[in-house]
Design a protein. Sequence first.
Length: 262
Amino acid sequence: MPVRSDTAVLRGLEPLVLQALSAPEYAAGTASIDRLRLAPVPLVPEVRLVMAEDAIVLWARLEAEAGHVLPPPFWASAWTGGQGLARYILDHPDTVAGRHVLDVASGSGLVAIAAAIAGAAGVTANDIDPYSIAAINANAHANGVELTLSSSDLLDGDVDGVDVVLAGDALYHPSVAARMLPFLARVAAKGARVLVGDPDRGHLAHDWLERVASYEVPMSGAPEDAQLHLTSVLKPRRDKVDDRRGRATRLRRESHHCRTRE
Ligand SMILES: C[S@@+](CC[C@H](N)C(=O)[O-])C[C@H]1O[C@@H](n2cnc3c(N)ncnc32)[C@H](O)[C@@H]1O
């Protein structure tokens, strides 16, 4: 069983979605434009994901068949920011190898799966959308990796026991960015390595983050990304991280220095 999680979150989801995720090639009908299919991610062909040909059409169809409003199927696309971050992790496996990783706002699970392939000691994929949890479950199986799934909203708290926090295209909306950036700043201050994948949708904290890599992304991904061809991987600037551990050490040294001078 490659996925460990509180699978209770999967109960109550539309059977239609679960069925489509468990047999993506057939469930949605081969003739429809919005069909889900298991396909390699353009910038990260090592990973295959269940993706929609047209996520907007898929959303409309799922809502029509469910008879009520559903969250947008973010999980049905490999977002430009996540593709760049996953590419970076596979090209720099030492970033995560042997470490405990949290992929926040995981969507399809692309970044989490890349971290698991790159040799992370353990990977938690977190997303508040239960349909995303179902998709990550399916995608982890498809790629033969083990993930822990979490559907909790972590952004107002702290996380413990995590060495690396990854956030692929998690700054896609001002209200999400307004909570995500302080969360990332807090975990960085506690000593976790933070990496952000983002095509600059206008909510990046340029004064706090610095670019470590850029990638051209082939035409693909979410419908919103049709005009986005360049994506970056960023990390907190060293001088901007409120490193509480470092500050405590400095304060101890300074007070010791003062005492020895007295
Ligand atoms: C634009 S998608 C990016 C998905 C994936 N990381 C990628 O790059 O393909 C953003 C995801 O953030 C999730 N999200 C929004 N608010 C969240 C929160 N407070 N905690 C965790 N995930 C959240 C959404 O459900 C969605 O799946």
